[in-house]
Every structure is written in structure tokens, then in C-alpha cells.
Design a protein around this ligand. Structure first.
Ligand SMILES: Nc1nc2c(ncn2[C@@H]2O[C@H](COP(=O)(O)OP(=O)(O)O)[C@@H](O)[C@H]2O)c(=O)[nH]1
Ligand SMILES: [Mg+2]
Length: 208
């Protein structure tokens, strides 16, 4: 048996930043998570790291306006020698209801600066609620990341809220709307964690 199986064995909150000088040192490779407020980003981070209280789960959207860095360690097939360390980066949510145009511009400038100043960013996971339709701001965000030349994986969250067939229909719809192949999309539930292993494998492909 020589199939590689990765697991995340350690996760710690490192820092919250609003400017480059507050980013953690040393710069490690990064995987970032982005999505609309309330999409389930904190829940996904907690599920992925198996740390219930690592990222704050909130029912009042739009609170996180900092870039949060977590230090992650992964191990392959339980072997000591096959270990990787990288940062998981939690980006502030976009598109919440009462956002003014100024706020939107601020958000793009803030995230844009992060993308520019992060040469070690390897992958962005864009989260979309599996029950919803693609909104203009989702598409704009996806296209913007693509223009920046950053690999993007789309994670459809809260898949437990739909039946299996309804969930598959939504996967197909988002695939069509965004022009994605199967490697670029995944339905996830932070409630049952079923696709946790699969998501970790996909993420680890981007870490050297
Ligand atoms: N059923 C279900 N609810 C979820 C899931 N992920 C998040 N939620 C709920 O959605 C709400 C927002 O989640 P949160 O992680 O705070 O979203 P964030 O604002 O994107 O960080 C909370 O009430 C969560 O309990 C999921 O996979 N399944
Ligand atoms: Mg959150």
C-alpha cells in the first residue's frame, strides 16, 4: 500500500492582521478561505482541524473584518518523517446585506492587498452555500481570484441540508455556472464531516 493519506494533526490560532506588518513570520505556504458571511467558513475550519472552538461560529454575520492566520501541521500515513506545516488564512466575508459601496471598495482593497502581498498563497477555497444560487458578488469574487492567477477550489457548504440528489443537482449547477471540472468543486458538511479526508487530500496537493 503506497497511497498517501494526509491528516491535519495540529492547528493553532496565530494572529489577526489588518496590514502586512502583522502577518506572521516566517512566511509559510498559505491556503486561504473566502466566502460570504454566514456561509459556514468558521464551521468548516473547525471541522477540518477537528478543533471545535478554533474559529468562532456566529449566527450574526459580518463580524470578522481581520485576516486570521492559523498554524496547521499535517502528517501523511501517520509517518513522522512525512510532515508539512502551513498557514490556513481566514479572509473576511464579502457581500453582507447592509454593505455600502464604500465598504465594498474597502473590502476589495483590503483583500487585494493581501493577495498581492502573499507570494506563498497556493490555493483559495471559495465557499458557497449549496442551497443558494450563484450571486453576482460570488461570481465577481471567483473571476477576480482567477484573474489573479490563484488556483481556486469551490466548496459548497451545508450539504447536509439537502438530499443526496438535490445536492448533486446543485453541484452540477455550480459546475456549469463557473465552468469547473470535478477536481475544482466539493460538497461539504461541517455537521457530518464526510468529505473531510477528501478536502484535506486536495489541499495537500497544493503544499510543497
Ligand atoms: N447544517 C449545517 N449548518 C452549518 C454548517 N456549517 C455552518 N452551519 C451553520 O451556519 C451558521 C453560520 O456558520 P459560521 O461557521 O459561523 O459561518 P461564517 O460566518 O461563514 O464563519 C451557523 O449557525 C452554523 O451552525 C453545515 O455544514 N451544516
Ligand atoms: Mg466566521
Amino acid at each position: 500500500m503506497n497511497t498517501k493519506t494526509w491528516d491535519i494533526i495540529n492547528a493553532n490560532y496565530l494572529a489577526s492582521a489588518v496590514k502586512v506588518s502583522q502577518y506572521p513570520v516566517p512566511a509559510l505556504e498559505e491556503i486561504a478561505f473566502i466566502g460570504r458571511s454566514n456561509v459556514g467558513k468558521s464551521s468548516l475550519i473547525n471541522s477540518l482541524t477537528r478543533r471545535k472552538g478554533l474559529a468562532r461560529v456566529s449566527s450574526s454575520p459580518g463580524k470578522t473584518q481581520t485576516i486570521n492566520f492559523y498554524d496547521l501541521r499535517a502528517k501523511c500515513n501517520g509517518e513522522e518523517e512525512l510532515r508539512k506545516q502551513f498557514y490556513l488564512v481566514d479572509l473576511p466575508g464579502y457581500g453582507f446585506a447592509r454593505t455600502s459601496k464604500d465598504n465594498k471598495n474597502q473590502w476589495s482593497a483590503f483583500i487585494g492587498k493581501y493577495l498581492e502581498d502573499s507570494p506563498k498563497l497556493k490555493l483559495v477555497c471559495q465557499l458557497l452555500d449549496i442551497r443558494h444560487n450563484l450571486m453576482d458578488s460570488d461570481l465577481a469574487c471567483y473571476q477576480w481570484l482567477a484573474t489573479c492567477g490563484i488556483p481556486v477550489i469551490v466548496i459548497l457548504t451545508k450539504s447536509d441540508k439537502l438530499s443526496k440528489s438535490a445536492a448533486q443537482n446543485q453541484v452540477n449547477k455550480f459546475k456549469r455556472d463557473l465552468g469547473l471540472n470535478d477536481e475544482r468543486i466539493l460538497a461539504y458538511s461541517a455537521t457530518n464531516h464526510l468529505m473531510r479526508g477528501e478536502l484535506i487530500e486536495r489541499i495537500m496537493q497544493y503544499i510543497d
